[in-house]
Design a protein around this ligand. Structure first.
Ligand code: 5GP
Ligand code: ZN
Length: 131
């Protein structure tokens, strides 16, 4: 059973922010920050590797609408708009979704990338990926 498919069918309750034919936006139950919202395609895809291009466009378009809605409501200082792809990357619900996370002063959310550039050869990586 996919919990997001059950939410989309209405079998599990959720706080809906926005809905159209192809997408649904619901408040994330964890509320990493105030207004943290998830954007889901109504059709089930496990992740970014599987989602159909049109549905991906639909999800991103809804993410933009919802970002504007939250911006109007709460005037946050910024947003993190992100997707976790695969368990190793922190994905816990295997139905593709985008997080829209408004950012506030002192919200205590830590999303930090270390600079590991000294460990890698960028020319080689570019060759590996584009060959
Ligand atoms: P992931 O870790 O897969 O990127 O994100 C899954 C998100 O789904 C988590 O932030 C978690 O709080 C949220 N979540 C899990 N179960 C439910 C639920 O039943 N309802 C809602 N609204 N959010 C959920
Ligand atoms: Zn699903």
């Amino acid at each position: 059973m996919c919990i997001f498919c059950e939410i989309i069918k209405g079998n599990i309750p959720s706080k809906k922010i926005y809905e159209d034919d192809n997408t649904l936006a619901i408040l994330d139950i964890s509320q990493a920050t105030k207004g943290h919202t998830l954007i889901l395609p109504k059709k089930h895809y496990a992740n970014m590797l599987e989602i159909d291009d049109n549905d991906l466009k639909n999800v991103i378009s809804t993410a933009k609408k919802v970002t504007n809605m939250i911006n109007t409501a709460y005037k946050p200082l910024g947003f993190n708009i992100l997707n976790n792809c695969g368990e190793a990357a922190g994905q816990t619900v295997m139905h593709y979704h985008v997080h829209v996370i408004p950012r506030y002063a002192d919200d205590k959310l830590v999303l930090k990338f270390e600079d590991n550039s000294n460990k890698f050869d960028l020319d080689q990586i570019a060759k590996d990926i584009t060959k």
